[in-house]
Write a protein that binds this ligand. Structure first.
Ligand SMILES: NC(=O)c1ccc[n+]([C@@H]2O[C@H](COP(=O)([O-])OP(=O)(O)OC[C@H]3O[C@@H](n4cnc5c(N)ncnc54)[C@H](O)[C@@H]3O)[C@@H](O)[C@H]2O)c1
Length: 407
């Protein structure tokens, strides 16, 4: 679990097919100063040295990427590089094609990995390219935002958005493709703007609301700390906001351990009972809908539009908690509790300019989880446990939307 200077979370996949899974289990390393060691870690993970690779680089993570590309070239690897301007609009089939074309031109083979260095957009795009090039090559995820460290880089969901009739449908095209290795180097967070950092905290809070127990093996630096995740975040929040390195490593390790435990039990989100991986979508049906409304700003300044994914997730958590409370599924004080915590994280808790709620309901209906036209929501339901709720009346959902609407 703990190595020299870093924590390791082993992502084990359920052994329905033990032989196949033996190859697919992987490590997520979390620590400082890890990027230059990628060639050595990759050799251990892939079982061979990297001969050639496609490196997909988030423009804003360029300085960090140089640590990886220099180390790989020094180790003799041939690299094809492509830079991504990370926007939801660019998380598209067009950008995917550009990555695949770079890979094709470099004549990369099936053993040659894709290496993603950037936030969740870069990781999702690079992962999808790896899933589809030659029907699948390995991907190594090097997340450089808090959100991608705690969530997007682990679990194997990859994909792009689809624009249909002028509306962006989030993550509508994609594939499950687990990484071979995840390297979360917290040094990269030094350049991350505050707003992006705070957005990542929304996903950490989401994890605490889904199941507020201590994830297995989550606190290798302090094995005696069994504080439930949400309470731990509340207690450590000042240190988190100050970006204390040890606290960040612990936060990321906890969240990754939690996500790994969920993915292990329901890798492809097919669980028939208990919610399984679908619980990770807590608040996301609201979030994905309001994320498509590009005029929404987290502040009174319209120039701050659009909302970041994590900001939309935070608003989605409040809307989901209010919906649950109105439906009698959660304690009445839960929405206020979440609102208070998100406020401490400098995240928006209300947003001006939401369109007619019927319009948002229609956008929510375009969510991937909708089946036979029926909305499927994941709601936080008391004792910090989330559950999947189908066919809820409209009234509690409208109350949820009302709770995040600033008039
Ligand atoms: N695959 C999954 O399981 C999963 C889970 C959660 C979210 N997601 C996806 O992840 C995306 C959101 O990820 P995100 O919040 O990382 O956003 P992002 O990829 O857009 O990155 C946020 C911003 O930070 C910049 N950036 C990245 N690293 C930086 C650094 N070290 N220093 C300075 N700037 C940096 C990026 O260029 C971008 O402008 C969404 O598209 C969401 O759908 C996927």
């Amino acid at each position: 679990m703990t190595g020299p200077g870093f924590n390791t979370v082993r992502v084990d996949l359920a052994d329905r097919n033990a032989d196949r899974n033996a190859d697919r289990n992987y490590d997520a390393r979390i620590g400082a100063g890890l990027l230059p060691s990628l060639p050595v870690a990759a050799t251990a993970a892939l079982g061979r040295d990297i001969r050639a690779a496609c490196v997909v680089i988030d423009t804003n993570a360029r300085p960090h990427a140089a640590l990886v590309t220099d180390a790989l070239r020094a180790a003799g690897a041939q690299l094809a590089e492509i830079e991504i301007h990370a926007t939801e609009k660019a998380k598209s089939l067009e950008t995917l094609e550009q990555i695949l074309t770079v890979m094709g031109k470099a004549r990369l083979e099936r053993a040659d990995p894709v290496i993603a260095i950037g936030g969740g957009i870069t990781g999702d795009l690079a992962g999808f390219a790896a899933a589809t090039y030659r029907r699948g090559v390995p991907v190594i995820q090097c997340p450089t935002t808090l959100l991608s460290m705690v969530d997007a880089s682990v679990g194997g969901k990859t994909g792009v958005n689809l624009e249909v009739a002028g509306t962006l449908q989030k993550n509508m095209v994609g594939a499950f493709h687990q990484p071979a290795l995840v390297i979360a180097d917290i040094d990269t967070l030094a350049t991350l703007p505050d707003r992006e950092f705070h957005a990542g905290l929304a996903e950490c809070i989401k994890h605490g609301l889904i199941d507020d127990t201590t994830p297995n093996d989550s606190t290798p630096n302090d094995a005696t700390d069994h504080t439930p995740h949400l309470a731990w975040i509340e207690h450590a929040l000042d240190q988190i906001l100050a970006r204390n390195p040890d606290t960040l490593i612990q936060l990321i390790t906890r969240s990754v351990a939690f996500k790994a435990s969920v993915v292990r039990n329901d890798e492809r989100e097919t669980a028939k009972s208990g919610g399984g991986r679908a619980l990770l979508n807590l608040g996301h049906t609201f979030a994905h809908a309001i994320e498509t409304l590009h005029h929404l700003s987290p502040t009174s300044n319209p120039a701050d539009a659009p909302l970041l994914h994590g900001e939309a997730v935070g608003l989605g958590l409040i809307a989901a908690a209010t919906t649950a409370a109105h439906a009698g599924l959660a304690p009445q004080e839960l929405p206020q509790h979440i609102t208070h915590l998100l406020t401490r994280c400098n995240l928006p808790t209300r947003v001006a300019g939401l369109p007619d709620h019927q319009h948002i309901l229609a956008l929510m209906g375009a969510d991937k989880k909708t089946t036979h036209g029926k909305l499927r929501l994941v709601l936080p339901c008391g004792q910090h446990r989330a559950m999947v709720v189908d066919n809820l009346d409209k009234a509690p959902i409208l109350a949820g939307l009302e709770s995040i609407s600033l008039v």
